[in-house]
Design a protein around this ligand. Structure first.
Ligand code: FES
Length: 123
């Protein structure tokens, strides 16, 4: 499939990503259809491929929420590995040194846009 680089591409309204909340979306990333997720932490929006570094599971595969009970860390609901929401870095010993795959997004004028040259929105 030819990749169109029509960036920035709108993902959703910023209102659809509440603090400590999530917004799932689908992209073509390096030629593959992948699930991704927007999260908001301390007012800023971040995006990652929605795949844990431990096993190929979605972070929210078992529970709807995406942050741990402290609201400080992203947490995979399968085996509770925690991640820094800003960098995507694993903070758990068993996957130390690994990180979620960050997707470049930008929030502007009330909208969140995909601005990652490796990815295009998927219908
Ligand atoms: S699959 Fe995510 S912590 Fe094990």
């Amino acid at each position: 499939m030819p990749v169109k680089h029509t960036i920035p591409q709108p993902i959703c309204s910023g209102l659809q990503v509440p603090e400590l909340g999530k917004f799932p979306f689908t992209i073509h990333y390096r030629g593959d259809k992948r699930d991704a997720i927007l999260v908001r932490f301390e007012g800023l929006v971040y995006a990652y491929l929605n795949q844990c570094v431990h096993m190929p599971k979605a972070l929210d595969c078992e529970q709807a929420h995406i942050f741990d009970e402290t609201g400080r860390f992203l947490q995979c609901s399968m085996h509770t590995i925690c991640y820094d929401p800003v960098t995507g870095e694993s903070l758990s010993e068993i996957c130390a040194g690994k990180s979620l795959t960050a997707i470049q997004v930008r929030e502007e004028g009330g909208w969140v846009y995909l601005v990652d040259k490796r990815a295009v929105m998927s219908g």
